[in-house]
Ligand binder design. Structure first.
Ligand code: ATP
Ligand code: MG
Length: 273
């Protein structure tokens, strides 16, 4: 219990005043967020509010213009000329500890399922092939796709490909997982299997940040919800408060729209099954 209490006390990820511009367009206008180990933070917000850019800044696929960043033993100051700007070696090490899964699964099409999952552990972590295969086999077992190990991604359904993409990220044994609308490109009947996998990860204590439009899923799985509005965090709290008792007019509008779209797609599905 003591270890859990310690974990709960110290944030795993601490971001302060993060800013990101593309040219003169400031997309992130000073984001501060602390995430403790085991927290599952859902991120909601309108298109263009900066959600994906924020996730990409966390694993520094996108270099922020300003901000302070602490993750495990990394401490960066992104301001130009700052002494502890990240070095290329630190960035590689950081990315190896943060898993990211996107809307488009991006599996390598010329590699089998198994090869997709063992590639990064072998290349980045320099694991021996047998060790990487053992990790991959247990992950494929877990996601129910052990029998697809020799298949190429094009032979899998979208839901299966997305589960493999999650397994591929997990094979690196990340300390933090970032999910960016991972079910948005899926046919409705395939959404459930991917959400179920994410829910089981959350239940096991994986620390996760997930951008989602699945309000019910966010309510069920996340421990916290933040609402992005025009490059700022406008609300941050318990899912049941943020999602069902929104304070700002902007969030109320956003939730009405998402709910409306959801009802509209469900109705369309029923009309044209
Ligand atoms: N590489 C880039 N170059 C220029 N502008 C960019 C780039 N990436 C994102 N942007 C701009 O930053 C803004 C935020 O984009 P972002 O993708 O983070 O939004 P989002 O909240 O994820 O939206 P969505 O819900 O549609 O995915 C948008 O105006 C977008 O056009
Ligand atoms: Mg996005």
């Amino acid at each position: 219990m003591a270890a859990i209490a310690d974990n709960a006390a110290a944030p795993l990820l601490r971001i302060r005043d993060l800013r990101k511009s593309f040219g003169s367009h400031e997309v992130l206008k000073g984001i501060s967020l602390e995430v403790r180990a085991g927290e599952v933070v859902s991120i909601i917000g309108a298109s263009g509010s900066g959600k994906s850019t924020f996730l990409r800044c966390i694993n520094v696929m996108e270099m922020p213009n300003e901000g302070f960043f602490d993750f495990e033993d990394f401490a960066f100051d992104f301001r130009a000329g700052a002494r502890n700007q990240p070095t290329p070696a630190q960035l590689r090490a950081l990315r190896a500890r943060i898993g990211m899964v996107f809307q488009s699964y991006n599996l390598w099409p010329h590699m089998t399922v198994l090869e997709n999952v063992i590639e990064a552990p072998m290349r980045v972590k320099r694991l021996a092939r047998a060790e990487a295969v053992a990790i991959a086999e247990s992950l494929l077992e877990r996601i129910g796709l052990a029998d697809k190990r020799g298949a190429y991604p094009s032979r899998l359904s979208g839901g299966q490909q997305q589960r493999v993409a999650i397994a591929r990220a997990l094979a690196m044994k990340p300390r933090l997982m970032l999910f960016d609308e991972v079910t948005s490109a899926l046919d409705p009947e395939l959404v459930g299997e991917v959400l179920a996998l994410m829910a089981s990860l959350a239940q096991e204590g994986m620390t996760m940040l997930l951008v989602t439009h699945e309000i019910g899923f966010a309510r069920e799985v996340s421990t916290r919800t933040v609402f992005f509005d025009q490059g700022r965090i406008a609300e941050d709290g318990l899912p049941r408060d943020v999602l069902y008792r929104p304070q700002s007019e902007r969030l109320q509008q956003f939730l009405r729209r998402v709910l409306h779209e959801h009802v509209a797609t469900s109705a369309a599905r029923e009309a044209h099954p």
